[in-house]
Ligand binder design. Structure first.
Ligand SMILES: NC(=O)c1ccc[n+]([C@@H]2O[C@H](COP(=O)([O-])OP(=O)(O)OC[C@H]3O[C@@H](n4cnc5c(N)ncnc54)[C@H](O)[C@@H]3O)[C@@H](O)[C@H]2O)c1
Ligand SMILES: [Zn+2]
Ligand SMILES: [Zn+2]
Length: 362
């Protein structure tokens, strides 16, 4: 007898799952639904590894339900479409990011902000409309409602564009929404990881001056020469931080672990904005006086709606923005997670699913 996960749907699927908060991933047999009338089924070719996957498999946010098949930076090729699918056909290059469902009728959904729908369904670890648990892209194929499927433009390489589906939209959306996208503005990017390095590229493409703020002085040359940042601040260097005081219109903070926000407040001008997108497990300490003196704002942002995600990827195609990646085989994934924890990746791991994920015969 197979498990419930293997038997609840008609199509046999295979992936890698974490079974408990050790976060160790191992082969996992499960099943996926047949292609519904509005569904797109696609063979997964590549899947990025987001730091959220690491938070989730280790239950750092205390809300994980196991088994977890992570992965929400998924690209592949369409193999089947439902009878009422309008946007896609077999052979199309597509992607799925962090969401596979929402209510489609609330104010947020009506305003193309499915990401803020109270009934938003995550690509993995959510209870789908049919009552089964969603499984992510560390797996051989995906089935998703076409509304949540993104078209990948022809001129973007599939492996290096996969991370745009989460990392890309997570930084693109706040740059736009908070008005930090105007040519000539000065924006700081804190944390030069998966999100941070694409934030530099998007902001530069918008015509913004970008300063990277990092704890690692050894990333300076790469940030400037390879990623195109204009300046680099070592956050522990008081002289550098002092010299940059009050110079930035906004800051995108992508840091994944608890860290002080106070020094960042000093870097922004009056009316400046700090946008938190990194999601440490502990609350941040927010001193009030530095904020009120200068009418400064601290906000948040979570991925982006589907319309904006398509807009982001089309913008990326136009400006040739993609992630800097290290492509790995799926059986390297546990080592990759250990390296990601130590920020030892330039700048995103992407799993070559199609070439390296072999279904288990057991
Ligand atoms: N808001 C959203 O919608 C959204 C979407 C995706 C990811 N995230 C979150 O964003 C965070 C970053 O994700 P990522 O995939 O870019 O991770 P990453 O590991 O690739 O990058 C994180 C960066 O933070 C730096 N960092 C870690 N601890 C630090 C500390 N104490 N002080 C300063 N810098 C530190 C690391 O050196 C690294 O450069 C994660 O918490 C992730 O869950 C949020
Ligand atoms: Zn993510
Ligand atoms: Zn809704």
């Amino acid at each position: 007898m197979g498990s419930v996960a293997e038997q609840e749907h008609p199509k046999k699927a295979f992936g890698w799952a974490a079974r408990d908060s050790s976060g160790v991933l191992s082969p996992f047999n499960f099943s996926r639904r047949a292609t519904g009338e509005k569904d797109v089924t696609f063979k997964v070719l590549y899947c990025g590894i987001c730091h959220t996957d690491l938070h989730k498999i280790r239950n750092e946010w205390k809300n994980s339900k196991y088994p977890i098949v992570p992965g929400h930076e998924i690209v592949g090729e369409v193999t089947e479409v439902g009878s009422k699918v309008e946007k896609f056909k077999v052979g199309d290059k597509v992607g799925v990011g962090c969401m596979v469902g929402s209510c489609r009728s609330c104010d947020n959904c009506a305003n193309n902000l499915e990401n803020y729908c109270p009934k938003m369904l995550l690509t993995y670890g959510s209870t789908y409309l049919d009552g089964t648990i969603t499984y992510g892209g560390y797996s051989d194929f995906m089935v998703a409602d076409e509304h949540f499927v993104i078209r990948i433009p022809d001129n973007l390489p599939l492996d290096a564009s996969a991370p745009l589906l989460c990392a890309g939209i997570t930084v693109y959306s706040p740059l736009r929404y908070y008005g930090l996208d105007k040519p000539g503005m000065h924006v700081g990017v804190v944390g030069l990881g998966g999100l941070g390095h694409v934030a530099v590229k998007f902001a530069k493409a918008m015509g913004v001056k970008v300063t990277v703020i990092s704890t690692s002085p050894n990333k300076k040359n790469e940030a400037i020469e390879r990623l195109g940042a204009d300046a680099f601040l070592v956050s522990r260097n008081q002289d550098e931080m002092q010299a940059a005081k009050g110079t930035m219109d906004g800051i995108i903070d992508t840091v994944s672990a608890p860290h002080p926000v106070l020094p960042l407040i000093g870097l922004i001008k009056s009316n400046g904005k700090i946008v938190l997108v990194g999601a440490p497990e502990k609350p941040v300490e927010l001193p009030v006086f530095p904020l009120i003196g200068g009418r400064k704002m601290v906000g948040g942002s979570m991925i982006g709606g589907i319309k904006e995600t398509q807009e982001m990827i089309d913008f990326a195609a136009k400006h040739k923005i993609m992630a800097d990646i290290e492509v790995i085989a799926v059986d390297y994934v546990n080592t990759a997670m250990e390296r990601l924890e130590k920020a030892d990746v330039r700048y995103r791991f992407v799993i070559d699913i199609a070439k390296t994920m072999k279904p288990s015969t057991s």
